[in-house]
Design a protein around this ligand. Structure first.
Ligand SMILES: C=C(O[C@@H]1C=C(C(=O)O)C=C[C@H]1O)C(=O)O
Length: 282
């Protein structure tokens, strides 16, 4: 069998889940590809990687072709700390204005569209850009950033006049629900050919996450050094992110999928095909 190809989002949000692997406490025999979410989504859908975090909305668009690995996610219960809309105007004043979207994101782009149209009830025009806040705000009235660039943008603008809206906080405020941005998936065909391997990797990633959840202090030190952001912000970030995909997270993401379906951002409301939940092992 060919070596397993494993994807990983290149942002620090994945550090807790990958802690055990990165710090050689858990041994996974795989080639690891790190990239921004949109790129990983495409590689996975082209069959170039076997297991990866995928943008939740891309799961909804391709659910027939994948299984979800149990209890792994990039999620939040309220503020997320790295999905921000930056704007001089208040969100309620954005009607008829231009919003710049990051080309690296899929889930958050759809989440912003849902929040603006359905909940804030403003109609805007969208353009898609590289994640460069200065450029985005030159060409648009508001800019969405995700991941490490969003954390950087937040730190740099803490004392600026810009309004900074956390999309996880907004989602929770309007719906009362948790939100899931990415889940780990396996291609169905691969899983059905290699069920023991999938069980093994699923187990190892869960163990890796369990270890990582105990190491936020160490990860915050590392983030402060590597990203040059205040340690307290990095620590608060790891503490506010959630990595679980239990029923309450599933409820949040299904509400998001329903909203996305009603706004025609996805063609179908997906089922959650979770590996090991009686759907594939007989
Ligand atoms: C919380 C985040 O979650 C993510 C957002 C994603 C998206 O918008 O498609 C995909 C993967 C995660 O990296 C983040 O990137 O900041």
């Amino acid at each position: 069998m060919e070596k397993l190809q494993l994807g990983i989002v290149e942002y620090i949000n994945c550090w807790p889940v990958h802690y055990g692997v990165d710090y050689k406490k858990i041994d996974i025999n795989a080639d690891i590809t790190a990239g921004p979410p949109a790129e990983l989504n495409e590689m996975f859908l082209r069959g170039e990687i076997d297991i990866t975090p995928i943008s939740a909305i891309e799961y909804a668009r391709n659910f027939d072709d994948c299984y979800i690995l149990p209890d792994l996610a990039i999620a939040s219960d309220g503020p997320v700390g790295s999905l921000f809309l930056f704007s001089e105007l208040e969100i309620e004043e954005l009607n008829g204005k231009v919003v710049a979207l990051p080309k690296d994101s899929r889930t958050t782009v759809a989440l912003l569209k849902i929040l603006l149209k359905r909940y804030y009830q403003v109609d805007v025009e969208y353009i898609t850009c590289e994640q460069d806040l200065d450029h985005m705000l030159d060409v648009a009235d508001a800019a969405l950033l995700i991941g490490d660039p969003a954390l950087d943008g937040y730190v740099e603008n803490l004392n600026s006049n810009l309004n900074i809206t956390d999309l996880g906080r907004a989602w929770k405020g309007f719906t009362g629900l948790k939100m899931v941005y990415a889940i780990w998936v396996i291609r169905k065909e691969f899983a059905e050919k290699n069920p023991e391997l999938v069980d093994e990797i699923s187990d190892k990633l869960l163990k890796s996450k369990k270890l990582g959840l105990q190491e936020f202090e160490l990860l915050a030190d590392r983030a402060a050094k590597e990203m040059d952001i205040p340690r307290e912000i990095a620590l608060r970030y790891f503490e506010s992110l959630r990595y679980d995909f239990n029923e309450s997270y599933q409820e949040g993401v299904m509400k998001y999928f329903t909203d996305a379906y009603e706004l025609e951002l996805v063609e179908e409301k997906p089922e959650l095909n979770i590996w090991g939940e009686g759907n594939e092992r007989g």
